[in-house]
Every structure is written in C-alpha cells, then in structure tokens.
Design a protein around this ligand. Structure first.
Ligand code: NAP
Length: 235
C-alpha cells in the first residue's frame, strides 16, 4: 500500500490530485492548514487528513509524528502555494513588490518545500520506493519568461516566478542528493483555481494529471526533471 501526503490539498489542484490518487489506490493524507477544511475534504474523498501549515515548524513536526504513528510515508507532494495578487486580482509587478511581500511568498512556496521535505526525509528514507513531487509552474522557466512575444514573457510578476525557479533548483539538487528517491518538479498548466481567481483555462482534472503521473513513478522512473503533461520543459 502506498501512503501519500499532499500539502494544501483541501481545495484546487491538491484536492483533485488527492481524488485521483485515492482512485489509484493510494492511502492519501489531505494536508490542510485548517483542520475543518481538511476534515471536510477528506470526508468527500474517503481520504485521511492531517493539519499542516508549511510555514510553521511545529505544525510540520506534528504532521510527521501523526503520519509516522500510522505507518510511514512513500510519496510527498509539495503542492501548497500562494501567488502575489493585489487589487482586482492583478499580479503584483516589479514596481509594487516589496521585500516583505517577497519574503512572505517565499515562506510558503520555497521555505515550505524545504521545511516539509526535510522533516519527512526520515520517513521517506524508510520507504521502499520514495517519491517527491514539487508543484512548480511554467512561470519557473527562465527560458520561457525570456522568450519575447509569448504569454509567459508578458507575465509581470516577480516573486511568484522567482519562487518557482527556486523550487526547480531545489528539485535538481535534492534529486542528486537522494538518488534512491524519485524527485521531480511539475508544471500543471494554467488551471482555474482560487490561486488565479479562477481565470485559468484548464480544469483541475487536466491540471492534476501530471502531478498524479509523477506521484506514481516507480524506482526506475525519471528524477531531477521539470515536466508538464507533454514532456520535459526548458529550465
Ligand atoms: P489554490 O486552489 O489556491 O490552493 C492552494 C492550496 O495551498 C490551498 O489548499 C491552500 O490552503 C494551501 N496553502 C496556502 N498556504 C499554505 C500554508 N502556509 N500551509 C499549508 N497550505 C497552504 O491553488 P492551486 O492552483 O490549486 O495551487 C496549487 C499549486 O499549484 C501551487 O503550488 C501553485 O503555485 C501551483 N500552480 C498552479 C497553477 C494554476 O494555474 N492554478 C499553475 C501552475 C502551478 P487554504 O485553503 O488554507 O488557503
């Protein structure tokens, strides 16, 4: 039996990933920073739930204890994420970005990934087939954001894409450090969720597909990659 934790799984892509992995036979922990939202989501899916705020050491340590007490962890999906949006759901661009805003966003999107992965390493190391999926973004790609005339080039945000580029680097370095694990970064694609005020053009079913696929890679599968549903992406 494969046991999987998905952070930020009470809604959006994390919730849909949980739904698809429950259907695939995983024992899924819905990670939620709010106990009631997590319980509700878990009830809908026939999943388990654990309170985990990825910005809080004590919360993460408590989640490790809970999951360890029930047998361990095979798959970690670092999905919890936030974007910097201001008035009228507009992306915060270079002129308005402050260091405090950047720090706060990195606390979830970057330090959260490190905090959670580091805390669960002992459990993952005990798994016969440990897997980590880091939910990145197409906006992490320096190549894409530098390609004039594309939608990615026109994206004005700074903190969010910088955080996801950092997630990609974390993925590469962790994959080399832990060759016994499969560790990959995935781009779900522009998906209608609360993150973007539901302006995304894909459904959560479409967006979660690559997260679910990379959560199921076997010990001979790829590691250290950055992929979307159609294959590898330019860094
Ligand atoms: P979403 O619907 O807003 O869901 C985000 C989830 O993260 C929520 O469950 C939220 O919990 C949780 N979260 C936020 N801060 C947290 C914290 N400190 N601790 C624990 N959980 C926290 O957004 P989404 O689109 O599904 O995003 C999921 C991931 O996909 C993110 O990493 C995002 O960057 C990435 N992504 C999304 C798109 C897209 O187009 N939607 C594209 C590329 C990548 P609450 O309900 O408590 O706020």
């Amino acid at each position: 039996m494969t046991t999987t934790l998905i952070t930020g799984a009470n809604k959006g892509l994390g919730f849909e990933t949980a739904r698809q992995l429950v259907a695939a036979g995983h024992t899924v922990y819905i990670g939620s920073r709010d106990a009631e939202r997590g319980r509700h989501a878990a009830e809908l899916l026939g999943a388990r739930t654990v309170v985990i705020d990825v910005t809080d050491d004590a919360s993460v340590a408590a989640a490790v204890k809970t999951i360890e007490a029930h047998g361990g962890l095979d798959v970690l999906v670092n999905n919890a994420g936030v974007e910097a949006r201001g008035e009228g759901n507009t992306v915060v661009g270079a002129a308005d970005l402050t260091a405090d805003m950047m720090r706060s966003l990195f606390e979830t999107n970057v330090f959260g990934v490190v905090r959670v992965t580091h805390a669960f390493l002992p459990l993952l190391r005990r798994s016969a087939a440990p897997v980590v999926v880091n939910v990145s973004s197409g906006l992490a790609s320096l190549t894409r954001l530098s390609a004039e005339g594309t939608p990615a080039y026109a994206y004005p945000g700074v903190a969010y894409p910088a955080s996801k580029t950092t997630v990609n680097m974390i993925t590469v370095q962790y994959a080399k450090a832990f060759p016994e694990m499969r560790i990959n970064a995935v781009e779900p694609g522009f998906t209608a969720t609360d993150l973007n005020g539901n302006t995304g053009t894909q459904t959560v079913e479409e967006g979660a597909e690559i997260i679910v696929r990379m959560a199921q890679v076997g010990p001979d599968g790829p590691t250290g990659g950055y992929v979307d549903a159609s294959g590898p992406l330019p860094w």
